[in-house]
Design a protein around this ligand. Structure first.
Ligand code: MF3
Ligand code: CO
Ligand code: CO
Length: 263
Protein backbone atom coordinates (compact mmCIF):
# COMPACT_ATOMS: atom_id res chain seq x y z
CA UNK A 1 0.00 0.00 0.00
CA UNK A 2 1.38 3.38 -0.96
CA UNK A 3 1.49 6.39 1.33
CA UNK A 4 -1.39 8.76 0.61
CA UNK A 5 -0.96 12.52 0.31
CA UNK A 6 -4.12 14.22 1.52
CA UNK A 7 -5.82 16.98 -0.47
CA UNK A 8 -6.83 20.22 1.28
CA UNK A 9 -10.42 18.94 1.40
CA UNK A 10 -9.31 15.68 3.01
CA UNK A 11 -7.13 17.57 5.49
CA UNK A 12 -10.13 19.61 6.58
CA UNK A 13 -12.05 16.37 7.26
CA UNK A 14 -9.06 14.97 9.17
CA UNK A 15 -9.07 18.13 11.32
CA UNK A 16 -12.70 17.55 12.21
CA UNK A 17 -12.20 13.84 13.00
CA UNK A 18 -9.10 14.63 15.05
CA UNK A 19 -10.85 17.28 17.10
CA UNK A 20 -13.78 14.96 17.79
CA UNK A 21 -11.46 12.21 19.04
CA UNK A 22 -9.78 14.70 21.41
CA UNK A 23 -13.17 15.90 22.61
CA UNK A 24 -14.15 12.36 23.57
CA UNK A 25 -11.08 12.26 25.84
CA UNK A 26 -11.98 15.68 27.29
CA UNK A 27 -15.54 14.48 27.91
CA UNK A 28 -14.49 11.26 29.67
CA UNK A 29 -11.71 12.81 31.80
CA UNK A 30 -13.82 13.70 34.88
CA UNK A 31 -15.27 10.16 34.91
CA UNK A 32 -11.92 8.37 35.00
CA UNK A 33 -12.00 7.76 38.74
CA UNK A 34 -11.69 4.95 41.26
CA UNK A 35 -14.68 2.59 41.13
CA UNK A 36 -15.72 3.02 37.50
CA UNK A 37 -15.23 0.00 35.25
CA UNK A 38 -13.49 0.15 31.90
CA UNK A 39 -16.70 -1.22 30.39
CA UNK A 40 -18.63 1.75 31.75
CA UNK A 41 -16.05 4.14 30.26
CA UNK A 42 -16.51 2.35 26.92
CA UNK A 43 -20.30 2.69 27.08
CA UNK A 44 -20.15 6.42 27.88
CA UNK A 45 -17.64 7.09 25.07
CA UNK A 46 -19.61 4.96 22.62
CA UNK A 47 -22.83 6.83 23.33
CA UNK A 48 -21.08 10.21 23.03
CA UNK A 49 -19.48 9.36 19.68
CA UNK A 50 -22.67 7.92 18.22
CA UNK A 51 -25.35 10.19 19.71
CA UNK A 52 -23.60 13.53 20.31
CA UNK A 53 -20.89 13.57 17.64
CA UNK A 54 -22.77 11.60 14.99
CA UNK A 55 -19.47 9.75 14.50
CA UNK A 56 -18.49 6.10 14.26
CA UNK A 57 -16.26 4.47 16.89
CA UNK A 58 -13.59 2.94 14.65
CA UNK A 59 -12.46 0.09 16.98
CA UNK A 60 -15.94 -1.51 17.20
CA UNK A 61 -15.81 -4.68 15.08
CA UNK A 62 -12.44 -3.62 13.61
CA UNK A 63 -10.83 -6.98 12.86
CA UNK A 64 -13.19 -8.40 15.45
CA UNK A 65 -12.44 -5.96 18.29
CA UNK A 66 -15.57 -6.12 20.47
CA UNK A 67 -15.74 -2.61 21.97
CA UNK A 68 -15.64 1.05 20.94
CA UNK A 69 -12.49 2.19 22.78
CA UNK A 70 -9.30 0.61 24.10
CA UNK A 71 -8.49 0.79 27.83
CA UNK A 72 -5.05 -0.43 28.90
CA UNK A 73 -4.37 -0.53 32.65
CA UNK A 74 -0.96 -0.66 34.37
CA UNK A 75 1.13 -3.43 32.73
CA UNK A 76 -1.25 -3.56 29.76
CA UNK A 77 0.58 -2.00 26.82
CA UNK A 78 -2.26 -1.42 24.36
CA UNK A 79 -5.53 -2.78 22.90
CA UNK A 80 -7.02 -3.55 26.31
CA UNK A 81 -10.66 -4.61 25.95
CA UNK A 82 -13.05 -2.69 28.23
CA UNK A 83 -14.90 -4.91 30.67
CA UNK A 84 -15.69 -5.48 34.33
CA UNK A 85 -12.34 -4.30 35.65
CA UNK A 86 -12.87 -1.52 38.21
CA UNK A 87 -10.26 1.22 38.29
CA UNK A 88 -8.65 1.64 41.70
CA UNK A 89 -6.37 4.12 43.43
CA UNK A 90 -2.76 4.04 42.11
CA UNK A 91 -3.75 2.64 38.69
CA UNK A 92 -2.62 4.25 35.46
CA UNK A 93 -4.80 3.75 32.41
CA UNK A 94 -4.48 4.61 28.75
CA UNK A 95 -7.70 5.46 26.92
CA UNK A 96 -7.39 5.25 23.14
CA UNK A 97 -10.11 6.83 21.01
CA UNK A 98 -10.51 6.58 17.26
CA UNK A 99 -13.50 8.19 15.58
CA UNK A 100 -14.59 8.12 11.96
CA UNK A 101 -16.34 11.28 10.81
CA UNK A 102 -17.33 11.91 7.21
CA UNK A 103 -15.19 8.93 6.19
CA UNK A 104 -11.95 10.06 7.89
CA UNK A 105 -10.23 8.84 11.06
CA UNK A 106 -8.88 10.72 14.09
CA UNK A 107 -6.82 8.64 16.55
CA UNK A 108 -5.53 9.82 19.93
CA UNK A 109 -4.82 8.46 23.40
CA UNK A 110 -3.85 9.81 26.80
CA UNK A 111 -2.83 8.44 30.17
CA UNK A 112 -4.93 8.95 33.30
CA UNK A 113 -3.88 8.53 36.91
CA UNK A 114 -6.31 7.20 39.52
CA UNK A 115 -5.56 8.99 42.79
CA UNK A 116 -1.94 9.11 43.88
CA UNK A 117 0.33 6.97 41.73
CA UNK A 118 3.81 5.62 42.42
CA UNK A 119 6.95 7.43 41.40
CA UNK A 120 7.62 4.72 38.78
CA UNK A 121 4.13 5.18 37.35
CA UNK A 122 4.68 8.94 37.15
CA UNK A 123 8.03 8.43 35.50
CA UNK A 124 6.91 6.03 32.78
CA UNK A 125 3.88 8.22 32.06
CA UNK A 126 6.01 11.34 31.79
CA UNK A 127 8.72 9.66 29.68
CA UNK A 128 6.09 8.32 27.24
CA UNK A 129 4.57 11.81 26.97
CA UNK A 130 7.94 13.40 26.29
CA UNK A 131 8.77 10.66 23.76
CA UNK A 132 5.60 11.46 21.82
CA UNK A 133 6.36 15.18 21.73
CA UNK A 134 10.04 14.69 20.89
CA UNK A 135 8.83 12.69 17.88
CA UNK A 136 6.16 15.22 16.91
CA UNK A 137 8.60 18.13 17.03
CA UNK A 138 10.81 16.42 14.42
CA UNK A 139 8.01 16.25 11.87
CA UNK A 140 8.68 18.43 8.81
CA UNK A 141 9.19 17.91 5.08
CA UNK A 142 12.59 16.31 4.47
CA UNK A 143 12.78 14.56 7.85
CA UNK A 144 13.18 10.80 7.77
CA UNK A 145 10.85 8.52 9.72
CA UNK A 146 14.00 7.01 11.25
CA UNK A 147 14.85 10.40 12.79
CA UNK A 148 11.63 10.20 14.80
CA UNK A 149 12.14 6.61 15.92
CA UNK A 150 15.73 7.24 16.84
CA UNK A 151 14.95 10.30 18.96
CA UNK A 152 12.15 8.51 20.79
CA UNK A 153 14.26 5.43 21.50
CA UNK A 154 17.25 7.47 22.62
CA UNK A 155 15.19 9.53 25.04
CA UNK A 156 13.31 6.54 26.51
CA UNK A 157 16.45 4.47 27.00
CA UNK A 158 18.42 7.35 28.50
CA UNK A 159 15.61 7.56 31.08
CA UNK A 160 15.93 3.87 31.95
CA UNK A 161 12.81 2.91 30.08
CA UNK A 162 12.32 0.69 27.03
CA UNK A 163 10.33 1.08 23.81
CA UNK A 164 7.88 -1.57 22.58
CA UNK A 165 8.78 -2.79 19.08
CA UNK A 166 5.88 -5.01 18.10
CA UNK A 167 3.41 -2.11 17.69
CA UNK A 168 3.93 1.22 16.00
CA UNK A 169 2.35 4.41 14.70
CA UNK A 170 0.69 4.36 11.31
CA UNK A 171 -0.55 6.34 8.38
CA UNK A 172 -4.21 7.26 8.77
CA UNK A 173 -6.98 8.80 6.68
CA UNK A 174 -9.88 7.05 5.01
CA UNK A 175 -8.19 3.90 6.29
CA UNK A 176 -7.58 3.33 10.04
CA UNK A 177 -4.12 1.79 9.63
CA UNK A 178 -2.36 2.60 6.37
CA UNK A 179 1.24 3.08 5.29
CA UNK A 180 3.69 4.16 6.52
CA UNK A 181 4.58 2.28 9.68
CA UNK A 182 5.95 4.78 12.19
CA UNK A 183 8.43 2.88 14.34
CA UNK A 184 9.28 4.33 17.74
CA UNK A 185 12.88 3.12 17.49
CA UNK A 186 15.47 3.14 14.73
CA UNK A 187 18.29 4.90 13.04
CA UNK A 188 18.43 8.59 12.09
CA UNK A 189 18.61 9.29 8.37
CA UNK A 190 16.85 6.07 7.42
CA UNK A 191 13.32 5.34 6.28
CA UNK A 192 10.76 7.33 4.38
CA UNK A 193 11.24 11.04 3.75
CA UNK A 194 8.28 13.14 4.93
CA UNK A 195 6.25 15.26 2.50
CA UNK A 196 3.51 17.83 3.05
CA UNK A 197 0.06 16.27 3.16
CA UNK A 198 1.08 13.02 4.85
CA UNK A 199 -0.93 12.14 7.97
CA UNK A 200 0.18 9.58 10.52
CA UNK A 201 0.14 8.84 14.23
CA UNK A 202 2.98 8.93 16.73
CA UNK A 203 2.08 6.68 19.68
CA UNK A 204 5.09 5.40 21.60
CA UNK A 205 4.54 2.59 24.10
CA UNK A 206 7.15 2.90 26.85
CA UNK A 207 7.85 0.32 29.56
CA UNK A 208 9.51 0.85 32.91
CA UNK A 209 11.04 -2.65 32.58
CA UNK A 210 12.03 -4.66 29.53
CA UNK A 211 10.55 -3.95 26.11
CA UNK A 212 9.13 -7.41 25.43
CA UNK A 213 5.38 -7.98 25.18
CA UNK A 214 2.94 -10.85 25.33
CA UNK A 215 -0.52 -11.20 23.76
CA UNK A 216 -3.20 -12.41 26.16
CA UNK A 217 -5.60 -15.24 25.35
CA UNK A 218 -8.31 -12.76 24.32
CA UNK A 219 -6.10 -12.19 21.23
CA UNK A 220 -6.15 -8.39 21.77
CA UNK A 221 -4.75 -7.28 25.11
CA UNK A 222 -1.00 -6.70 24.92
CA UNK A 223 0.91 -6.81 28.24
CA UNK A 224 4.54 -6.45 29.22
CA UNK A 225 6.19 -9.85 29.48
CA UNK A 226 7.81 -8.89 32.80
CA UNK A 227 4.56 -7.31 34.05
CA UNK A 228 6.26 -3.92 34.41
CA UNK A 229 4.20 -0.75 34.00
CA UNK A 230 3.66 0.61 30.50
CA UNK A 231 2.47 4.00 29.26
CA UNK A 232 1.39 5.39 25.89
CA UNK A 233 0.24 8.68 24.41
CA UNK A 234 -0.91 9.22 20.84
CA UNK A 235 -1.61 12.07 18.46
CA UNK A 236 -2.52 12.20 14.77
CA UNK A 237 -0.12 14.51 12.90
CA UNK A 238 -0.22 16.31 9.54
CA UNK A 239 3.03 17.17 7.75
CA UNK A 240 2.68 20.83 6.71
CA UNK A 241 4.83 22.89 4.30
CA UNK A 242 7.14 23.93 7.12
CA UNK A 243 6.57 21.49 9.97
CA UNK A 244 3.61 19.79 11.58
CA UNK A 245 0.05 20.28 12.73
CA UNK A 246 -1.34 18.14 15.55
CA UNK A 247 -4.81 17.18 14.35
CA UNK A 248 -5.93 15.69 17.68
CA UNK A 249 -5.28 18.65 19.96
CA UNK A 250 -8.40 19.54 21.91
CA UNK A 251 -9.49 23.14 22.44
CA UNK A 252 -8.36 22.68 26.08
CA UNK A 253 -4.85 21.57 25.10
CA UNK A 254 -2.26 24.22 24.31
CA UNK A 255 0.26 21.73 22.89
CA UNK A 256 3.15 20.15 24.73
CA UNK A 257 2.07 20.63 28.29
CA UNK A 258 2.61 17.74 30.70
CA UNK A 259 0.44 17.66 33.80
CA UNK A 260 2.78 19.20 36.41
CA UNK A 261 2.26 16.50 39.05
CA UNK A 262 3.64 13.87 36.65
CA UNK A 263 7.09 15.50 36.63
N1 MF3 B 1 -6.34 3.00 18.32
C1 MF3 B 1 -5.35 1.97 18.16
C2 MF3 B 1 -4.20 2.62 17.46
O1 MF3 B 1 -3.71 3.57 17.96
C3 MF3 B 1 -5.83 0.79 17.41
C4 MF3 B 1 -6.87 0.05 18.09
S1 MF3 B 1 -7.36 -1.24 17.07
C5 MF3 B 1 -8.54 -1.96 17.99
O2 MF3 B 1 -3.79 2.30 16.38
F1 MF3 B 1 -9.10 -2.81 17.24
F2 MF3 B 1 -7.96 -2.50 19.04
F3 MF3 B 1 -9.37 -1.07 18.38
CO1 CO C 1 -3.06 4.68 16.29
CO1 CO D 1 -5.09 4.83 18.92
Amino acid sequence: MAVTIKTPEEIEKMRVAGRLAAEVLDMITPQVEAGITTGELDQICHDYMVNVQDAVPAPLNYRGFPRSICTSVNHQVCHGIPGDKQLKKSDIVNIDITVIKDGYHGDTSRMFAIGDISQLARRVTRVAYDCMWIGIELVKPGSHLGDIGHAIQTYAESNNCSVVREYCGHGIGKVFHEDPQVLHYGKAGTGMVLEPGMTFTIEPMVNIGKRHTKLLGDQWTVVTKDRSLSAQWEHTILVTDDGYEVLTLSPTEAGRQPPPDWK
